[in-house]
Ligand binder design. Sequence first.
Ligand code: GLN
Length: 285
Amino acid sequence: MTAPGISFAPGTVREALARAKALGLDRLDAQLLLVHHLQRPRSWLLAHDDATLTPEQRERFDADATRRADGVPIAYLLGQREFHGLMLQVTPDVLDPRPDTETLVEWALELLAGELAALPAPQVLDLGTGSGAIALAVKHAAPRVCMRALDASAAALAVAQGNAQRLGLEVGFALSDWWSALVPPRLHLALSNPPYIDGDDPHLAQLRHEPLQALTPGPDGMAAIERIVDGAPTHLEPGAWLLLEHGFDQGAAARQVLQRRGFTAVATRRDLAGQERCSGGRWPG
Ligand code: GLN
């Protein structure tokens, strides 16, 4: 690990970063883990690379660096993730919120400020809320909405509820397998980032630390999207919008499912990487 001619004092910040690098960690991830275990700002870390870690700090940092090298999301190790400007607590019970999902939030906020602007208290729902990321981001940016959020996992709902409480945002949570437990009133806007990865997609192996039921609906990656679209109309007001996140190669399929069910103005939005990421449409009623 030690390059010839360079000596590392045992137990220093510099040595800890070198060990993490040898494990294959990004420098930023290693710094974030150190910041977390030393309870110091990153600026302090950068100026104190010969500061000494206590044996406990060293042990905890090394254990987390090893987990990170094994593919555990940095958010689980830090216990938090920033999403759309909000700091969310995340645990392995919920999907690690992705920046891609901010595309869905932005579209929802545009509708609330545009086509749905005349509604004083639009009824909005997040299906499969996980950490609460979508519901909380929308409620935070558009406080007038009446926000509800569903999830089939009680453990995920507990995480989402904790986030709502910490952030002081009012969201009505309920345990529900997609639409099954939803009660009136009908919605003006329904949002979801459902599981959409095909069950046999090799990409799932890299995501093995996240809850499988949040990533894949089973063999057919479109199954949850189809269920949500099929069940939507009985819960939507005329003129309501349904927006769904999907895989980069599922745009055409998602548009077709929406159009077949009778949605109008069906469109797709791309994420920051330029991939088709969200599709949605208006329910004519
Ligand atoms: N976007 C995630 C990924 O591909 C999957 C999220 C999901 O299935 N809803 O890593």
